[in-house]
Design a protein around this ligand. Structure first.
Ligand code: SF4
Length: 190
């Protein structure tokens, strides 16, 4: 079963959100923050084309923006914001419209892109970057064995959950439910 990279992030937020995304017929409106985030991504993509790679600690390399990846063996697809390639290796970059501290969800998502780059393009990835747009802060993220293993585990758990059509328990952090668009389908959290 093929899933999307964005499902991994949602899964670590609340696994049931992923279940509802696939099996509950809800029209998901585009929110104002989502619209702002999309514009910020586009503006940054234009600006980054003109900049050097020194802020990534690199002297040279090629750049591809919004690269679509589909890894058959992982059953995973997604669109990566930026891929930097040198002769030696590749560096996935995710743009984030946030000023908050990086959480693990973002690192798992970046690792998923690293795994796809390795499978689809055959280049090794030892490190990726998360670019927080509002502060223009670029954070290197080593793609460790632990991140790889946990990301692979999450991919398999999501695929199993969806193929079995099994609705997982609700999140234990019920504050997340307050403004959740799927709340009316989670009668056990009310
Ligand atoms: S209402 Fe709560 S448990 Fe249900 S999907 Fe949303 S966050 Fe998860």
């Amino acid at each position: 079963m093929n899933i999307r990279v964005s499902d991994i992030k949602q899964y670590f937020y609340c696994p049931r959100v992923v279940y509802h995304t696939y099996y509950t017929p809800v029209t998901r409106p585009t929110t104002h923050p989502m619209q702002i985030g999309a514009v910020q991504h586009e503006v940054l993509s234009v600006l980054e084309r003109r900049r050097t790679l020194s802020r990534y600690g690199l002297d040279a390399g090629s750049r591809q923006f919004h690269i679509a990846l589909q890894a058959e063996s992982l059953g995973l697809s997604g669109v990566l914001d930026l891929l930097i390639q040198t002769e030696e290796e590749a560096f996935p970059v995710e743009f984030k419209s946030t000023t908050q501290r990086l959480n693990l969800n973002a690192k798992y998502q970046l690792t998923a892109y690293a795994l796809m780059v390795e499978e689809c393009l055959g280049q090794s990835v030892s490190q990726g970057f998360i670019y927080r747009i509002p502060t223009q802060r670029i954070t290197p993220v080593p793609i460790s064995e632990t991140l790889r293993r946990r990301t692979r585990d999450a991919i398999q758990q999501i695929q199993r959950m969806l193929s079995d059509e099994w609705m997982p328990p609700p999140t234990s952090q019920r504050g997340k439910c307050v403004e959740c668009e799927f709340r009316r389908f989670c009668a056990d959290v009310l």
